[in-house]
Design a binder for this molecule. Structure first.
Ligand code: NDP
Length: 447
């Protein structure tokens, strides 16, 4: 164990020296390498692979100039991290948020490589985005920005090269504007982006996929202990794409979601956010682009400004907003209040200390790279439909998504089950995702 710890420290010292101040990237790499070093030790053919995997195949960083409604010049920074293409074209979302920087996108791209491998579909890993903040911008400004962003990005992507999708701040509207611009510049109607509208190459269930998949994964975890969602109290964070559809699926399965949040605070509705209330949230967030506090005013429930919902008593928690939103104290609160299942819709929402609390207490803890892989898996299905020029039915896509989540759970169980029967989903997801990529990298030689 000492030797492994020393190896980990040495590995991380190199990563940190080479990628200074990219703290989220360091965090993501450390969590993965911690799981993988003992496995690589037992399987020496994988020596050297991790060193290659932490180095992106390509990093693109570019200027995005655009004119706002006042006629002023605005300069944003655009990025695309092409992390690993061993098992397929780069695939991963675009994030538009003022906090976006190289370190955040490298953490997301690194996680994406393992996540995409877990889905069983042939997709490499990438991530991109911009420090552009869509909040408070008019449709016209969002269009101007996305067109300028695509003017540069288009030369680096393509249906067989790199296929971006949505993430925080990038939904149907932004994908539409970017697809239109790509088509105009390249004169090609291809599956270069996923998350498209149904009328122009999108897949049914893609908007729902991450949240639904997160809940399907939780249901598989619960099944290992003879439980399900019926009658369970569920705490959700976020009120965006992932949170909305996680809430919908929990309600369909008989659970009761009592919280949602945004970056300003959370609402607590003990009666549960049923279908009608969720429709209000969807209109509020996706059309009016308002704040979650308006829900509290409408339904006369509590609103907690500047707070996260982890102190609310629940059976199951579904973090679905952003990275590092659950810290050690939050994890203790959840466990002490009786929460026994955490399934992550967001990427890396739990800090390493919080993860330790979950594992020490042996609760069902599904890390994002396994639990939220349904989104990219359905993007993979969208790519297949685009290539075949076919559209599968809603039921067909949902069934495929469900099967993929069951298969990811099985992989985690295979690689993460300990001798005492406890499933360490962190190890399971990291090792399960790694093996396929590592084998492909070995087969393809030193590239
Ligand atoms: P959206 O932009 O639709 O929603 C994001 C939600 O999280 C909003 O409620 C937002 O509040 C809140 N949020 C964002 N940043 C912060 C912050 N710093 N602190 C507190 N709350 C915050 O994004 P998605 O729902 O698509 O993404 C949510 C998470 O799920 C992200 O971690 C993303 O990487 C992950 N994910 C998404 C996938 C997808 O298919 N969309 C696939 C896999 C993972 P506000 O409106 O105030 O900003």
């Amino acid at each position: 164990m000492i030797a492994i710890n020393e190896k980990l420290d040495k590995f991380m010292a190199k990563v940190i020296a080479k990628n200074p101040s990219e703290v989220e990237f360091h965090q993501a790499v450390k969590e993965v390498v911690e799981s993988l070093l003992p496995f690589v030790e037992e399987n020496p053919k994988y020596n050297g692979i991790l060193e290659r995997m932490v180095e992106p195949e390509r990093v693109l960083m570019f200027r995005v100039p655009w004119l706002n409604d006042k006629g002023e010049f605005v300069i944003n920074r655009g990025f695309r991290i092409e992390m690993n293409s061993a098992i397929g074209p780069y695939k991963g979302g675009l994030r538009f948020h003022p906090t976006v920087n190289l370190g955040i996108l490298k953490f997301l791209a690194f996680e994406q490589v393992l996540k995409n491998s877990l889905t069983t579909l042939p997709m490499g890993g990438g991530k991109g985005g911009s420090d552009f903040d869509p909040k408070g911008k008019s449709d016209n400004e969002v269009m101007k920005f996305t067109q300028s962003f695509m003017l540069e990005l288009q030369r680096h992507i393509g249906p067989d090269t790199d296929v971006p999708a949505g993430d925080i701040g990038v939904g149907g509207r932004e994908i539409g504007f970017m697809f239109g611009q790509y088509k105009r510049i390249r004169n090609e109607f291809t599956g270069v982006l996923t998350g498209k509208g149904l009328e122009w190459g999108g897949s049914l269930i893609r908007p729902e996929a991450t949240g639904y998949g997160q809940v399907y994964f939780a249901a598989e975890m619960l099944k290992t202990r003879g439980m399900d969602f019926k009658g369970k109290t569920v705490v959700v964070s976020g009120s965006g794409n992932v949170a909305q559809y996680a809430t919908q699926k929990v309600t369909q399965l008989g659970g009761r979601v009592v919280t949602m949040s945004d970056s300003a605070g959370y609402i607590y509705d003990p009666a549960g956010i049923d279908a009608e209330k969720l429709a209000y949230v969807m209109e509020l967030k996706n059309v009016k682009r308002g704040r979650i506090s308006e829900y509290a005013a409408k339904y006369h429930c509590e609103y907690h400004e500047g707070k996260t919902p982890w102190g609310v008593k629940c059976d199951i928690a579904l973090p679905s907003a952003t990275q590092n939103e659950v810290n050690e104290a939050d994890a203790h609160m959840l466990v002490n209040n009786g929460c026994y299942c955490v399934s992550e819709g967001a990427n890396m929402p739990s800090t390493p200390e919080a993860v330790e609390v979950f594992i020490e207490n042996k609760i069902l803890y599904g890390p994002g790279k396994a639990a939220n892989a349904g989104g990219v898996a359905t993007s993979g299905l969208e790519m297949s439909q685009n290539s075949l020029r076919l559209s599968w039915t809603r039921e067909e896509v949902d069934q495929r998504l469900h099967n993929i989540m069951i298969s990811i759970h099985k992989t985690c169980e295979k690689y993460g089950k300990q001798s005492d029967g406890f499933i360490n989903y962190v190890n399971g997801a990291n090792i399960g995702g790694f093996v396929k990529v590592a084998e492909a990298m070995l087969a393809q030689g030193l590239v």
